[in-house]
Design a protein around this ligand. Structure first.
Ligand SMILES: [Zn+2]
Length: 312
């Protein structure tokens, strides 16, 4: 990591139960702390006072492939651009819906090769497998490389970004630094594989390698260290949330960004297509977002890395 004191002192200090609890008791203070402007970047004209909204989809199951055309229409209707993380095996099985998205200008990330989640549709149970943190280094690194080759084969161009399968369980400094080294070797520009905690430690976007950017996912307003995703709200068997919480949190996060955050401020959200394509709370959230279109930028991750310049 580029900033050793942060990874050796600051990150372990924040990464504990007491601080996490504190963040839920005083969310505003924590959110404010994560909205410091990044000194290490120069934003182009027109971006300085904006909320930068990234939307990405993790497409791990067959149902995701079936429902992405619905989402493609909705994105088109709302004029939004998105990024898609699909394991290579799933891309091979269902290339058509993903090619249509690619041709419509959406971006694809390498999400490894092996399928890593199965959905039991009768019960809506998502069964996860193939966790990188449980695999030997060589096995997961081979999976990253195969995922890379697969995208080249399907779309004819190399992916510029990467997201770790089940990234929440792959967050240690050691794991991430070996990942980042590998990604740099393959010419990647970015990864978006870290939990909201990293926003507090390193910033809303940071460079773990000279040419590689990391975009941590956003948290929930009143639970700043917990990633805001469709699974935690709707499908996690141990969830503390229910459907109406999706729009409530979306609204709270955006209101904070609109009225209290220093800009440019990044909102980096991901959802799974099968978990939102028929979910009113998701569409209601997009409608709310677009009421504030003037305050927004909606780039893909690689557009961001092309337009925003490191200042060091
Ligand atoms: Zn996944």
């Amino acid at each position: 990591m580029h900033t050793t004191w942060r990874s050796q002192i600051w990150e372990p200090m924040l990464n504990n139960r007491v601080v996490s609890k504190l963040s839920r008791l005083m969310p505003f203070a924590f959110q404010k702390a994560s909205s410091k402007p990044s000194k290490s970047f120069r934003f182009p004209a027109g971006w300085q006072d904006k909320i930068i909204f990234f939307l990405s989809f993790d497409c791990d199951t067959e149902k995701d492939a079936r429902v992405v055309p619905t989402l493609q229409n909705e994105l088109h209707r709302h004029g939004l651009k998105a990024c898609f993380a699909v394991p290579g095996m799933e891309l091979e099985k269902h290339p058509e819906p993903y090619r249509a998205l690619y041709n419509a200008g959406h971006e694809f990330l390498n999400h490894g090769y092996q399928s890593h989640c199965h959905l039991k549709e009768e019960t809506n149970e998502y069964i996860s497998s193939f966790f990188y943190n449980q695999l030997p280094l060589k096995t997961w690194q081979t999976d990253v490389v195969r995922g890379h080759e697969n995208i080249v084969q399907i779309f004819g161009t190399a992916p510029r970004g990467y997201r770790t399968p089940h990234f929440g369980s792959f967050q240690s400094v050691l794991q991430l630094s070996s990942l980042y080294r590998l990604l740099s070797q393959y010419g990647y520009r970015y990864s978006t594989s870290t939990l909201p905690l990293k926003r507090f430690v390193y910033g809303q976007v940071y460079r773990p390698q000279p040419d590689l950017w990391e975009f941590p996912l956003s948290g929930m307003f009143d639970n700043p260290f917990a990633v805001f995703d469709s699974w935690s709200i709707r499908f996690d068997p141990d969830r503390r949330y229910s459907d109406p919480d999706y729009f409530r949190i979306f609204q709270q996060n955006l209101d904070f960004a609109l009225h209290h955050a220093r800009r440019p401020y990044i909102l980096n959200y991901y959802v799974d297509p099968s978990q939102v394509f028929d979910f009113d709370g998701f569409y209601q959230s997009l409608e709310y977002l677009l009421q504030h279109r003037d305050a927004l930028m909606n780039p893909t991750y690689s557009e961001f890395t092309e337009k925003v310049m490191p200042s060091t």
